[in-house]
Design a protein around this ligand. Structure first.
Ligand SMILES: NC(=O)c1ccc[n+]([C@@H]2O[C@H](COP(=O)([O-])OP(=O)(O)OC[C@H]3O[C@@H](n4cnc5c(N)ncnc54)[C@H](OP(=O)(O)O)[C@@H]3O)[C@@H](O)[C@H]2O)c1
Length: 306
């Protein structure tokens, strides 16, 4: 299938629009790009209409934000052409934080504010488009998190706020303390990870009309490499359907499967390879029939629908 740049934009709440397909930067350091090459990479993503970039403070051992930001700083005007999404709340031992001796969560006001301000410095910007609370901290104090997000928003340091990996009840609790809407819940969903279909997160996203960002939409690569029965079944059906829709790649059909969900999913890609990103953008044009969608569901679950 010919890969054409077709990335559309999605209206979130309160006037924010994001690209439907979103490059994720978790693996950035593995790509070994120079600052110049990363600048070119960002511009090529923008040319494809992929204007939204997903980060987290922890990526690359707390180093990815700054590497990306250095590429932005080297090209004046670039920052205004894109949306920066980043996350905070996970704490693990890393050079920058010698005081942390174990993996834990920290959604205290101080940590949220410090992480946002650190991200502003890393990205050489004075605003973040969207800040997400990375995981539902069991010690999360909703009043405190809401106060921190409100403070950041009132100061213009973040435009919007959201969450990641939240169950519907976590979302409802935090939302109950905010006087502005959370924008999205970034959750895992793919042909190798169907939980979001059963735990209410996709239903809540649809109910509230808050399009969910989808992490690891290709199973973190396991869709292509895993040797278990399920992965082999899924690959075989992806290949059949790819041929049926005119020669689409396995990755494109797998993304089309995620994109078909009526919650208006926004897949966050993990690859840095431009040919794969281009193919992903083109996957938006693939329309699976209901039966093609269920053939993949059946391959993933290993059984027919009841
Ligand atoms: N909120 C959260 O808790 C959370 C958690 C995890 C990730 N994320 C976000 O989601 C993003 C994506 O996560 P992910 O990297 O796990 O996503 P993914 O897109 O499911 O997996 C990426 C992996 O798949 C491989 N891959 C992609 N296309 C391929 C193809 N056509 N053939 C073979 N291999 C292919 C990539 O290899 P190559 O690099 O060789 O292309 C890479 O190793 C991250 O960057 C991050 O922004 C968020």
């Amino acid at each position: 299938m010919t890969a054409t740049a077709t990335a559309t934009r999605v209206k979130m709440a309160e006037g924010l629009t994001l690209a439907r397909i979103i490059p994720g930067l978790m693996r950035l350091l593995e790509w070994g790009l120079s600052r110049e090459a990363l600048g070119d990479w960002i511009e090529q993503c923008l040319d494809l209409g992929l204007t939204t970039f997903d980060h987290a403070d922890i990526y690359g051992g707390y180093r990815c934000e700054a590497v990306f930001g250095a590429a932005l700083a080297a090209r004046p005007g670039l920052r205004q052409k894109l949306e920066i999404v980043t996350k905070c709340g996970i704490a693990f031992p890393a050079g920058a934080f010698p005081q942390w001796t174990m993996h834990h969560y920290d959604t205290s006001r101080e940590r949220i504010i410090a992480a946002a301000e650190q991200a502003l410095r890393h990205f050489h910007t004075d605003y973040l488009d969207l800040l997400l609370i990375h995981r539902p901290d069991p010690l999360l104090n909703a009043d405190e998190v809401a106060a921190a997000l409100t403070e950041l928003r009132q100061a213009g340091k973040i435009r919007y706020a959201g969450v990641s990996n939240f169950m519907p009840f976590h979302w409802t609790l935090l939302q109950s303390r905010l006087d502005f809407p959370l924008i999205t819940n970034q959750i895992e969903f793919s042909l190798t990870h169907l939980d979001a279909q059963y735990d209410g997160t996709l239903d809540q996203a649809q109910e509230l009309r808050h399009p969910p960002m989808i992490w690891s939409p290709l199973g973190g690569g396991g869709l292509f490499t895993a040797q278990d029965d399920r992965a082999q079944r899924v690959r075989a059906v992806l290949a059949q359907i790819g041929a049926e829709v005119g020669g689409a790649g396995l990755d494109q059909v797998a993304l089309a499967w995620v994109l078909a969900h009526p919650a208006q999913t926004l897949p966050v890609l993990g690859t840095g390879k431009l040919e794969r990103i281009r193919a992903a953008a083109a996957a938006e044009t693939i329309r699976l029939s209901r039966q093609q969608w269920f053939r993949l569901w059946e391959a993933s679950t290993g059984h027919e629908v009841p």
